[in-house]
Design a protein around this ligand. Structure first.
Ligand code: IPM
Ligand code: MG
Length: 354
């Protein structure tokens, strides 16, 4: 099968984890007779340096002609001034919005091989396997806002419409139907009007999914339950801001933020795939980055945008086997012994059975 993939390596550890991941995709293409065309383009800090924009038009043009986007990470100290008019993160928010990628899927599971690395007791981690469905193009991130503008106030607005909640709720319920049929919807309905609309809308959508058990969880108590009974969660549906926060918290369960992949989807099969972690500028260029989140994001791309389920599974299995064999990058090494990003990927390649 032919596929065009836009490659956005971005900043920090981005280029290292991207080139590592492309090695795996190349192997998938060769072994399965696929024809992947990569279109490299700019986003984030490097795009600001070269073009003045965090998301140049050329990048959007290439992405519009692609089947999927693979994105590594954006940002770094060089562009960190929060009052700057142009910031790397704007590229990320703009590309999500441009393609209408309203549903952000972030699976979190624990690997038995890493159970002793996570700061939680191993018995709490047994059976942890959850999927966050984070609303990605609305809420506090995109509501009306006012910058400080020299005055003494500034604000952001948490705005949700029924339509916005409905479409992402359908994604979450459908995902739950294919898993353990339990959905936890996160809100703050005891305080926020937008979250009361969220809850009542999710309850209405639930009427179409009688086989799924629905529970509502206030975001503050959800943060606690993620640590005290993480294996009870199946699918967790949350708005943009709460989903951002909770998914970083949940990454602790997986042993490292470097482990987590994500898929951002809209109405069709087109999607953007990026690890949940950021650009980690402190370790950039040292071969220390954990490429797992990026590799698993590529697997999600094969699954959701390219319809290559068996290839996706093969990559996921290879990662699991690599971890089971004892291979560790710096972030998940517990005895100080670790291998480089490239060596880790070479191990995954060795374990890849297509
Ligand atoms: C994420 C990141 C982004 C977000 C930032 C970098 C804009 O934290 O993808 O979770 O807040 O969505
Ligand atoms: Mg985040």
């Amino acid at each position: 099968m032919k596929a065009a993939i836009t490659i956005l390596a971005g900043d920090g550890v981005g280029p290292e984890i991207m080139s590592a991941t492309l090695k795996l995709l190349d192997k998938v293409a060769i072994c399965k007779g696929h024809d992947f065309t990569y279109h490299e383009a700019l986003i984030g800090g490097i795009a600001i340096d070269q073009t003045g924009s965090a998301l140049p038009d050329e990048t959007l043009r290439l992405a519009e002609q692609s089947d999927a986007i693979l994105l590594a990470a954006v940002g770094g100290p060089k562009w960190d001034n929060p009052t700057a008019a142009v910031r790397p993160e704007q590229g990320l928010l703009k590309i999500r919005k441009h393609f209408g990628l309203f549903a952000n899927l972030r699976p979190v599971k624990t690997y038995p091989a890493l159970a002793h690395h996570a700061p939680l007791r191993a018995e709490l981690l047994d059976g942890v396997d959850m999927l966050f469905v984070r609303e990605l193009t609305g809420g506090l991130y995109f509501g009306p806002r006012k910058e400080q503008d020299g005055g003494s106030d500034a604000y952001d607005t948490m705005l949700y419409s029924v339509d916005e909640v409905e479409r992402v709720a359908h994604v979450a319920f459908r995902a739950a139907q294919m898993r353990r049929k339990k959905l936890t919807s996160v809100d703050k309905a005891n305080v926020l009007a937008a979250m009361r609309l969220w809850r009542s809308t999710v309850m209405r959508v639930h009427e179409d999914y009688a086989d799924v058990e629905l529970e509502h969880s206030l975001v503050d108590s959800c943060t606690m339950h993620l640590l005290t009974r993480p294996s009870n969660f199946d699918v967790i549906l949350a708005g943009n801001m709460f989903g951002d926060i909770l998914s970083d918290e949940a990454s602790v369960l997986a042993g490292s933020l470097g482990m987590l992949p994500s898929a951002s989807l809209g109405d069709g099969t087109f999607g953007l795939y990026e690890p949940v972690h950021g650009s980690a500028p402190d370790i950039a260029g040292q071969g220390k980055a954990n490429p797992t989140g990026m590799i698993l994001s590529a697997a999600m791309m094969l699954r959701y945008s390219l319809g290559m389920e068996s290839e996706a599974k093969a990559i996921e299995q290879a990662v699991e086997d690599t971890l089971a064999s004892g291979a560790r990058t710096a972030d998940i090494a517990s005895d100080g012994r670790f291998i480089s990003t490239q060596e880790f990927v070479d191990d995954v390649l060795q374990h890849l059975n297509l």
